[in-house]
Design a protein around this ligand. Structure first.
Ligand SMILES: [Zn+2]
Ligand SMILES: [Zn+2]
Length: 341
């Protein structure tokens, strides 16, 4: 090799150097670009799963509430700690829900932190922490969500009557109503409540539905009490500070310290042809003018001696043969805009 050649290769080295540097930068940029694109893909995956979790949790929670309620209705046995049991079951179902996303570098977890009352008695509040990991990305969010007892594709049943009447013959489901047969009068009789006979063959709402006659004084809006009749026929529930909340109903409590709900328990219609036939040898059990007030937290309040107080008969509908009636104390009459006695 002569000097000339050496000079040539040195100069060509200096000529090539920028090209090499440029290439290195370009390769680097491409790698960066790929990483950025991967990160974007990952973050789209992560956010998609996070959105999925947030939307699905209330639906899964609603199924848990429905299933817990059905479990209690079929067994007649109250849950000992409904908040804990709902939380555990919701955790189980969210674990299996999350497992469907795992694999492909994705880690998904939803931890149920708390299940308790919502400020709205027609909801149950769930607090959770959802974590979604993929690659270097981690998305974590704390959620507070309301599970609706009333708005959804399936109804949620009120378990309380089935627990209370379990040892007295049991309540049953007939169509969309809870049918008591003799169980409610036996339950009231066992507690020494007067005029228990009025509740032979009584019925009440089965699924929890929010009453649309709000403000509640609308129930007494017309002389014919058509709103009250519609409310009873539809089996609506009302907000109530005395009525028990859904979670306490699962534990068989007729009344509780939380802001809750109440519904009417309707005695069987009485035969109004009896009055014109006083010699007829028939039971007048449904014709007393006083009986336990027909509000579920009054009938099912077995915590003290004065929980179940009486009310005066209120006929809200009459056809040719029967009177449709409830018994109502004055404070509930006031609440629903109905005439005092
Ligand atoms: Zn109503
Ligand atoms: Zn409660």
């Amino acid at each position: 090799m002569d000097n000339n050649g050496y000079v040539m290769s040195l100069s060509s080295f200096f000529l090539i150097l920028p090209a090499v540097l440029l290439l290195t930068v370009l390769v680097d940029m491409t790698v960066d670009q790929t990483n950025i694109q991967q990160d974007i893909l990952n973050s789209q995956d992560v956010m998609g799963v996070a959105t999925d979790l947030e939307a699905s949790l209330p639906l899964v929670g609603r199924e848990v509430l429905r299933d817990k309620s059905l479990e209690v209705i079929h067994s007649g046995k109250p849950l000992s700690n409904s908040r804990k049991e709902v939380k555990e079951e919701l955790q189980n179902r969210m674990d299996s829900f999350c497992s469907r996303y795992c694999g492909d570098g994705m880690l998904v977890e939803c931890k149920i932190l708390n299940v308790d009352n919502s400020f709205d008695p027609f909801c149950v509040e769930v607090k959770s922490r959802c974590t979604v990991n993929k690659g270097t990305l981690k998305h974590q969010v704390n959620l507070t969500q309301n599970i609706s007892l009333v708005n959804g594709s399936f109804p949620i049943y009120d378990p309380l009557p089935f627990i209370k009447c379990r040892n007295y013959g049991g309540a049953t489901i007939k169509g969309d109503r809870t049918y008591y047969g003799s169980s409610l009068e036996n339950y009231l009789k066992s507690r020494g409540i007067e005029n228990f006979e009025a509740y032979e063959n009584a019925t009440s709402a089965l699924s929890i539905k929010k009453c649309p006659y709000d403000p509640y004084i609308l129930h007494g809006d017309t002389d014919e009490l058509v709103n009250l009749k519609n409310c009873i026929d539809n089996g609506f529930y009302h907000e109530s500070s005395d009525g028990s909340c859904f979670l306490c109903r699962l534990e068989g409590r007729g009344t509780c310290p939380h802001y809750g709900m109440e519904t009417f328990i309707t005695p069987a219609p009485s035969d109004n042809t009896l009055f014109s036939n006083p010699l007829g040898n028939v039971s007048l059990s449904n014709n007393s003018s006083n009986a336990p007030s027909s509000v579920d937290h009054v009938i099912f309040n077995d915590t003290g001696s004065h929980g179940t107080y009486s009310g005066c008969r209120l006929i809200y509908f009459t056809n040719g043969t029967h009177n449709f009636q409830i018994y109502l104390d004055n404070s509930h009459r006031q609440k629903y805009g109905l005439p005092n006695f």
